[in-house]
Design a protein around this ligand. Structure first.
Ligand SMILES: Cc1cc2nc3c(=O)[nH]c(=O)nc-3n(C[C@H](O)[C@H](O)[C@H](O)COP(=O)(O)OP(=O)(O)OC[C@H]3O[C@@H](n4cnc5c(N)ncnc54)[C@H](O)[C@@H]3O)c2cc1C
Length: 483
C-alpha cells in the first residue's frame, strides 16, 4: 500500500497522548504548534505517491515504498539512494526523521532475521512479520533506543531500592509484556505511526529486563509523548520562519506507564547483548545511516547555495578572501557527496545474497558530518554579518500603511529591494540561528548517539591487521634491500 498525504493525516489522528508542557494535545495535525510538521509529512507521502518509479517498487503484485526494498545488488542500493535523495531534497536535508529513516532499520533487521534465532530471547518470526506489516501499511516508524540519563546513576537506584527510570519489562502475561519507564529521544514521534524501542548502546549483563526491543504503536494506552517546546505558534509566518514553519519535526521523551505490548511486537527479550548487537550484526545500522548521510548531503548543498546567495546579496562574493571561502565550502560539499556515492560504488556483500553500503565509508561520513556541521553553520553565520538583526521582527510591517513605505525605502540596497533582502536573511537565520537551527546543531552532533560511539564504529571496522601488515612488510624488507 502507498498512502496518500490525506490518508496519512487521518491515520495519525489516533488518540495518542502528546504533552507540550502541561497541555495535552489531542490532534497534532490541527494544533498550531504541530500542524506545520504534519502538513510537511503529508506532503512527503504525496511526493512519494506522485513519484512511483523512484519511490515505490512492486513485489508479488503488491506495491511498497522503495525504502522497504531489501537490496540484492548495487542497482538496488542505487534505488534506495534515489528515494532517500528525493525525500531529503524536499526538506533541504532538514528533516532528520523522514519515514525512510527508521524504515532502513526495520528492513535491515528483517534481512538477517536468522540472527534473531542465534541466541535466546530473539524472535525471528516477529521480525519478519513486523517488516511485512510496516511495508504493507506504508508505516512511518521512528525510534527511541537510548535510556534516559538518570538511568546511568546505578548506585543511587540499586542502593536505595528505587526503580531506575529506564524502560523495562515489569510483568509478563500470556499475551504480552507490561512496560514501565522512559526512553529517549523519539524525533518525529508526534507524527510517526509507531516507535521502535530498544538499545543502541551496550547494556550490562544484569540489565535483562531493559533489553526489551519492540515496535510499538504510538497510541497505546499508558504511553505518553513528552515533547520539547515546539518552535511554531499561531503567530508563526512562513516568510519570517520559512524552515521552522515546515520542518519542526518534534522530539519527545516517551513515558510508559503499564503499557501492554503484545508478544508478536517483541523482537528481543531478556538478552542485553542481543538487544544491542542486532543493529550491527544485521544490515540495519548501515541501511538506516546511509539515509542519514544522503540527507546530510542535501543539507550541505543547501548550505552552500545559501552561502553563495548571501555573499551575492551583501556584495562580498567577488572579494578574493570570500571567494576562497566559498571555494572551500564547495570542496567540502563535493567531498561529502563523493563519500556518500562511494558507499554505493564500494558496496559490500552481506548475508544471504544481500548487498549493503560500504560500512567504513558510511561511518567515516557520519564522523565527518558530526564533526563539521557546527563549523559549516558558523561559517554561514560569519558570512551573514549582522544582516539578520537589521531587519524588522516581522514582515507584517508591510501591512501598516505608514511603516511600509519607510521600510521599502530605507531597507532598499540598490540592486536588492527591502523585501527581497529580508526574505533571504530570514531564511538564512532560520538555517543558522533560530531555535530550530540551534536544535538542528545538537541533532547533527547526537542523532547517531554520542561522538565516542560514532568514532568507535570507525575503530572496530578499520582493517587493523591489513594496516599493520603494511608496516611489518616494509620493515621485513630491510635486510633484503641492504644486501
Ligand atoms: C535533537 C536530538 C534528536 C535525537 N533523536 C533521537 C531519536 O530519534 N532516537 C534516539 O534513539 N535518539 C535520538 N537522539 C540521541 C539520544 O537520545 C541522545 O541525545 C544521545 O545518545 C546522547 O545522549 P545524551 O544526550 O544523554 O548525552 P550524554 O551521553 O550525557 O553525553 C554528553 C556528552 O558527554 C560525552 N560523553 C558521555 N559519556 C562519555 C564517554 N564514556 N566517553 C566520552 N565522552 C562521553 C558525550 O560525547 C557528550 O559530548 C537525539 C538527540 C538529539 C540531540
Amino acid at each position: 500500500m502507498i498512502l496518500t498525504g490525506q490518508e496519512y493525516l487521518e491515520s495519525i489522528r489516533d488518540g495518542r497522548t502528546i504533552y507540550v508542557g502541561k497541555e495535552r494535545i489531542a490532534d497534532a495535525t490541527r494544533h498550531p504548534a504541530l500542524a506545520g510538521g504534519a502538513r510537511t509529512y503529508a506532503a512527503l507521502y504525496d511526493l512519494k505517491a506522485a513519484n512511483r518509479d523512484i519511490a515505490t517498487f512492486e513485489e508479488n503484485g503488491e506495491r511498497y515504498s522503495m525504502y522497504f526494498l531489501q537490496p540484492r545488488s548495487q542497482e538496488d542500493l542505487r534505488r534506495r539512494n534515489r528515494v532517500h535523495r528525493l525525500i531529503a531534497d524536499f526538506s533541504f536535508g532538514l528533516l532528520g526523521r523522514s519515514p525512510d529513516a527508521v524504515a532502513g532499520n526495520l528492513t535491515g533487521l528483517a534481512m538477517n532475521s536468522a540472527y534473531f534465532d542465534s541466541e535466546p530471547g530473539g524472535n525471528r518470526t516477529n521480525v519478519r512479520s513486523i517488516y511485512e506489516y510496516v511495508r504493507k501499511n506504508d508505516i512511518f516508524a521512528t525510534y527511541a533506543i537510548v535510556p534516559p540519563p538518570a538511568a546511568r546513576n546505578k548506585d543511587y537506584y540499586q542502593s536505595g531500592g528505587i526503580q531506575s527510570p529506564s524502560l523495562r519489562v515489569t510483568a509478563e502475561t500470556d499475551d504480552g509484556v507490561l512496560l514501565n519507564g522512559m526512553k529517549m529521544l523519539a524525533t518525529g514521534a508526534a507524527y510517526a505511526h509507531e516507535v521502535l524501542i530498544g538499545n543502541v548502546m551496550p547494556l550490562a549483563p544484569d540489565q535483562k529486563k531493559e533489553a526489551i526491543t519492540a515496535l510499538v504503536p504510538l497510541n497505546l494506552p499508558g504511553l505518553s509523548l513528552w515533547a520539547r517546546r515546539p518552535f511554531n505558534t499561531e503567530a508563526t509566518r512562513i516568510f519570517d520562519s520559512p524552515l521552522t514553519s515546515r520542518f519542526d519535526e518534534s522530539d519527545c521523551m516517551l513515558v510508559f506507564r503499564d503499557v501492554k505490548v503484545p508478544w508478536e511486537r517483541v523482537i528481543v527479550h531478556d538478552n542485553p547483548a542481543l538487544s544491542r548487537n542486532i543493529y550491527i550484526n544485521t544490515p540495519a545500522h548501515v541501511l538506516a545511516n546511509h539515509q542519514c548521510m544522503v540527507r546530510f548531503s542535501s543539507k550541505m548543498r543547501f548550505m552552500l547555495a545559501m552561502a553563495s546567495k548571501l555573499t551575492q546579496m551583501t556584495g562580498a562574493r567577488d572579494i578574493p578572501a570570500v571567494r576562497e571561502l566559498l571555494a572551500r565550502l564547495a570542496a567540502y560539499e563535493a567531498g561529502l557527496s563523493a563519500m556518500v556515492d562511494g558507499q554505493i560504488e564500494r558496496c559490500q556483500p552481506a548475508n544471504d545474497g544481500f548487498t549493503i553500503f560500504n560500512r567504513r565509508y558510511l561511518y567515516a561520513t557520519l564522523n565527518w558530518a558530526m564533526e563539521n556541521h557546527s563549523m559549516l553553520i558558523d561559517t554561514l553565520r560569519e558570512l551573514m554579518g549582522g544582516g539578520h538583526f537589521q531587519f524588522p521582527a516581522s514582515i507584517d510591517v508591510l501591512e501598516d500603511p505608514e511603516l511600509r513605505p519607510v521600510f521599502e525605502t530605507l531597507w532598499n540596497a540598490g540592486t536588492h529591494g527591502a523585501v527581497e533582502r529580508m526574505k533571504l536573511f530570514k531564511l538564512a537565520w532560520d538555517l543558522v540561528g533560530s531555535d530550530h537551527a540551534s536544535r538542528a546543531t545538537s541533532y547533527e552532533k547526537f542523532f547517531v548517539g554520542p561522538a565516542f560511539a560514532v568514532r568507535n564504529y570507525n575503530f572496530i571496522y578499520a582493517p587493523w591487521d591489513e594496516l599493520h601488515a603494511l608496516v611489518d612488510d616494509l620493515m621485513a624488507q630491510y635486510d633484503a634491500l641492504e644486501s
